[in-house]
Design a protein around this ligand. Structure first.
Ligand SMILES: [Zn+2]
Length: 190
């Protein structure tokens, strides 16, 4: 069964994730449940905070996108079909020398709210898989963006924090209304 997705402004979304130390069946089960939840919500990424957990775990699946990005996993151009859905455990992102570009981002914790976010276009992320094995993913375009958006979640940072003042101001009412709805529905997750 898909997990419930936490909306802004639940406090959990601001909590930094704890490092994962146990690579056990419970972790595998959580990753599977997060992938199922992401697919059910038609998202391309989901972080643990978005299902109410302060853990360094996020999942991504970009097989359904236009694939206008490049990537290598551990130095090889492995087909997307073999590496996605992908779980990033304890990830650390490094921006590579590259232009910064705007892109209209959305977030499953902000239904119907989108806005331009400027980010580096090429990144390197070091992470562990669900078995604890270390990997290195280099990517550009939408994949690089998705990694940065999800890893931000693991550190309690939201896409609205990354928006330019003008963009953020244009969304102020919608963001405030969403926070109010989350409070009213009593589904805030501490
Ligand atoms: Zn998000």
């Amino acid at each position: 069964m898909p997990l419930r997705i936490v909306h802004y402004n639940s406090p959990i979304l601001r909590r930094k994730g704890r490092r994962v130390v146990g690579f056990d069946a419970a972790l595998a089960e959580l990753v599977n449940a997060m992938v199922e939840t992401m697919h059910a919500a038609e998202g391309i990424g989901l972080a643990a905070q978005q299902v109410g957990l302060d853990l360094q775990v996020c999942v991504m699946d970009l097989r359904g996108t236009d694939r206008d990005f490049a990537w290598t996993l551990d130095g090889a151009s492995t087909p997307l079909e073999l590496i996605m859905p992908m779980a990033l455990i304890n990830p650390e992102v490094l921006a590579l020398p590259s232009p910064r570009e705007p892109y209209n981002e959305g977030c499953l914790s902000f239904p119907e709210i989108r806005g331009d976010v400027i980010r580096p276009t090429q990144i390197l992320v070091r992470f562990q898989d669900v078995h604890g094995t270390a990997h290195e993913l280099r990517s550009s375009g939408l994949l690089a963006r998705c990694v940065q958006h999800e890893v931000d979640h693991l550190n309690g940072t939201l896409f609205i924090d990354r928006m330019e003042k003008k963009v953020r101001a244009g969304l102020e009412t919608a963001v405030r209304d969403l926070a109010q709805r989350t409070r009213d529905s009593g589904t805030e997750v501490a």
